[in-house]
Design a protein around this ligand. Sequence first.
Ligand code: ASP
Length: 411
Amino acid sequence: MLKISLNMQILVGTLAGILLGLGLVMLDRDSSISQNSLYIANLISTLFIDLLKMVLVPLVFTSIVVGVANLRAHQQINRVWLATLSFFALTMILAIMLGLTVANVFRPGEGLQIAMFQDAMQGFEAKQMSLRDFFAHFLHSLFMNPLAALAEGHILAIVIFALLLGIAMVVGGERYRNILILMKEFLELILMLVGWIMRLAPLGIMALLLQLIVAQDITLLTTLIKFIVIVIGATLFHGLVILPLALYLTTRMTPLRFWKGAREALITAFATSSSAATMPVTLRCVEQHLHVEPDVAGFVVPLGTTINMDGTALYEAVAALFIANLVGVELDLTQQLIVFLTAMLAAIGAPGIPSAGMVTMVMVLQSVGLPAEAIAILLPIDRLLDTFRTMVNVEGDMIGSLVVQKWIKSP
Ligand code: ASP
């Protein structure tokens, strides 16, 4: 029997999802074919995402504990820490600078009237989130009862607890060898489950893309087309030029080789709009296809999933300037610097779930006195923009693992 590779199946699923979605858009929305197709697509996509989420928490926990314990045992943990955080910070800074530059050059939002969106803004209540509240909330979310964090899926708190436990296991020494072996074996088993879940990926991705296309509001898309093109263009520039360049300059890996190893995760990120749900696939790609050592990947990927978001950082900056243009406010250099800093915090603080960046954007807007309600204008198009920024967020984590591995290996 002809055996088609999973990668090929995923590409076919992607194409089929887009074509079927376009087909459904042409059909009458209330026809029974439309209704039934959407119902079935919803069942399949929910199943796929639920399965990924099922393995997410045990995977984050075990991969960090094992990764940290091994790295520390080999005296490498400090270098990895430093390299990882430097890479995350550097690429997010580049992403925001790119966002601010394109927004200043192309000035999206100019020529549009805020009154055009009055309907959308009415009845929308933005949750207040000042910088101070945000910071307090962020700090509070770092340390939690680990059982509550595991049960409720608070990834950042799980990461921190696992980090500490991994370090303690090595400081404790030989005595805790058994628990480390147990964790290693558990991690292997979870990765086996991820392999099984991935068999559903072609169908899951098809179902997600079909729904994505059907959900688009064409009128709104055309009104905001300039903003959309700028955001997607800049995000793609970061993902197709800046990040691959950083990868090539440090590791000499060509973009084509990276794409071959990374595409399962990139397509899953695009379809799910969630770096967290994609994380099991990201880790699998990084370790199995891109050959990053499990200790490095097990540390960089889960941490990156929660704090490293280039696409989100870029978006926060462009969107803030878009809203400023829309309401007719000119942001001076100091205010743009505030946007720069808050966009970075907002991206770090956003969890890897769909539209998370929209919630943390309230803080960016409020920090320079822009109306948070204006987010209501962006919400209907967010599902579309979220696809690209999540893909670049995940790409950043994968390239980060490769770069960090190279950095710590060089003398
Ligand atoms: N959806 C993005 C992610 O999961 C976060 C965001 O909304 O920007 O990476």
